[in-house]
Ligand binder design. Structure first.
Ligand code: UD1
Ligand code: CA
Length: 471
């Protein structure tokens, strides 16, 4: 039987190179904090327990971890002050019963660790009953990484941090990927034997390799074949690059799943998004958070969609849509702002320069141009004329507008809430409506007066100062 494995995530480093007031692992790549990407990777292997080593900013990290979908099954230990990766690992081990246990140690700043890498690492380690198995990678540019020093027979000898390496060692391009699995009891003992006499005055986790070697323990260096495992984020430049890589992988995944993406270099899809088959994503589109898009939809160009459900065959272009439900066969935009709480039922249409908020637009209802619909409950087959507005705010409170099935709202109607417009009722252009318009009734506003001969004075060449133009 294989031993149980506990995952340890090292996340207490200050991330000095990021020059940030926030913990490094909370910086997002492709819309998700680095630590969440790491937990996503860990969730693909069977672990008895997960321990995150944090600094004094533990609360900020645990809040983020919970809101990223890990409400339970994660424990936290505090390393204060951070004194290196070896010290961080020791703090985690102190909180565990190390007998008969393996620990999988991963850095909190590696968002691209592949599932098969973790599987391979655990398997190789346990099959060989090793004390330590370290993941290594061949990279073109090894700058910043610890270098893997192997003996002539190929066995790993030790790992040298860049800042402690000589010129020859720096030229080695097999690097420590920072991902390891250890026999927990042996690791605890080995860490005792490490010191901090190095360029950074830190306890290095990497130093245990040498300790194990000296004690004739089995140490395996496993070279990864999944590009990305070794990619850590130490700088803002790397953060940006990693975000790009994740987005590229996400787009490639959706291309594989039957989604068309016109230009992946301008398409930003969070890892949390779901998209149906035969949907096309046009350029400059942002799909964020808890968003799902049905099949055969057309999204973009220029759409930002956040926490929204979009139905099949919907068309959304040049629009910002947040916290809403956009039904099947609907159309949004160009130039629409769909704010939280909007529901568009099947076939509804929201067109140019329309803003909605906390509003339901029933089946086949349309607001094609220039409207504000807030706190409104709009039935089926309603037409909202251009320039119509729900006056939902009286200066103190919000009020509701109800528009029933098949009503016709004439252009530039001001609906002063609370107001209810009945079934198949209508309002005249420019009307100001309050209270209740009964079913089938027509509410008309005050039409403008006609003053003969007082038209365009400039064109007429008259000069009458008593009546101002436009009055
Ligand atoms: C580390 C490795 C290096 C490897 C590289 C892979 C060591 C000494 N070096 O270097 O060999 O090639 O990762 O990316 O391990 N952390 C703590 N407490 C601390 C210090 C760090 O929890 O006191 C955490 C950090 O938050 C980070 C992780 O450990 O998530 C790695 O630390 P970092 O400083 O980024 O190490 P690297 O310089 O990248
Ligand atoms: Ca790092």
């Amino acid at each position: 039987v294989s031993r149980s494995v506990t995952g340890i995530v090292l996340a207490a480093g200050q991330g000095k190179r990021l020059k940030s007031d926030f913990p490094k692992v909370l910086h997002p790549a492709a819309g998700r904090p680095l630590i969440a990407h790491v937990l996503d990777s860990l969730s693909q292997v069977e672990l008895r327990d997960r321990v995150i080593v944090t600094s004094t900013q533990q609360e900020a990290i645990s809040d983020a971890v919970v809101s990223c979908g890990y409400p339970e099954g994660v424990r936290y230990v505090v390393q204060d002050p951070p004194a290196g990766t070896g010290d961080a690992t020791r703090v985690a081990l102190d909180s565990l019963d190390v007998s008969d246990l393996d620990v999988l140690v991963v850095p909190g700043d590696h968002p691209l660790i592949a599932r098969r890498t973790l599987h391979a690492l655990i398997r190789i380690h346990q099959e060989n009953d090793a004390a330590a198995t370290v993941l290594t990678a061949h990279v073109k540019n090894p700058a910043g990484y610890g270098r893997v020093i192997r003996r002539p027979d190929g066995q790993v000898e030790r790992i040298v941090e860049e800042r402690d390496a000589d010129e020859y060692q720096r030229s080695i391009n097999e690097v420590n990927a920072g991902i390891y699995i250890f026999d927990a009891a042996k690791l605890a003992a080995a860490l005792e034997k490490t010191g901090r006499t190095n360029a950074q005055n830190e306890y290095y986790l990497t130093d245990v390799i040498e300790v194990f070697r000296a004690d004739d323990e089995e140490v395996i260096a496993h070279l990864t074949d999944s590009p990305g495992d070794e990619i850590g984020v130490n700088s803002r430049a790397q953060l940006s690059r990693v975000g790009e890589l994740i987005r590229q992988r996400t787009c490639e995944k959706w291309l594989d799943e039957g989604v068309s993406i016109v230009d992946i270099s301008t398409t930003y899809i969070d890892a949390t998004v779901d998209i149906g088959k035969d949907t096309t994503i046009h350029p400059f589109t942002f799909l964020e958070g808890n968003t799902t898009i049905g099949p055969r939809a057309q999204i973009g160009p220029q759409a930002r969609i956040v926490d929204t459900e979009i139905g099949e065959e919907a068309v959304v272009s040049f629009a910002v849509v947040k916290g809403s439900r956009i039904g099947p066969q609907t159309s949004v935009g160009p130039f629409a702002s769909i704010r939280p709480g909007t529901v568009l039922e099947r076939g509804a249409k929201v067109g140019t320069f329309v803003e909605t908020k906390q509003t339901t637009l029933g089946e086949d209802s349309k607001a094609n141009h220039l409207a504000y619909l807030g706190d409104a409950d709009i039935g089926r087959g309603v037409n909202i004329g251009a320039g119509s507005i729900t006056c939902n705010w009286d200066g103190r409170e919000k009020h509701k507008t109800v528009i029933e099935d098949e009503a016709y709202i004439g252009s530039d109607t001001m609906m002063v809430a609370p107001v209810k417009i009945g079934k198949r009722a209508a309002t005249g252009a420019g009307s100001v409506v309050r209270g209740e318009v009964p079913d089938e009734a027509l509410a008309v506003g005050v039409p403008a007066r006609v003053l003969e001969g007082k038209g365009n004075r400039m064109a007429q060449g008259t000069d009458d100062e008593d009546v101002q133009q436009g009055e």
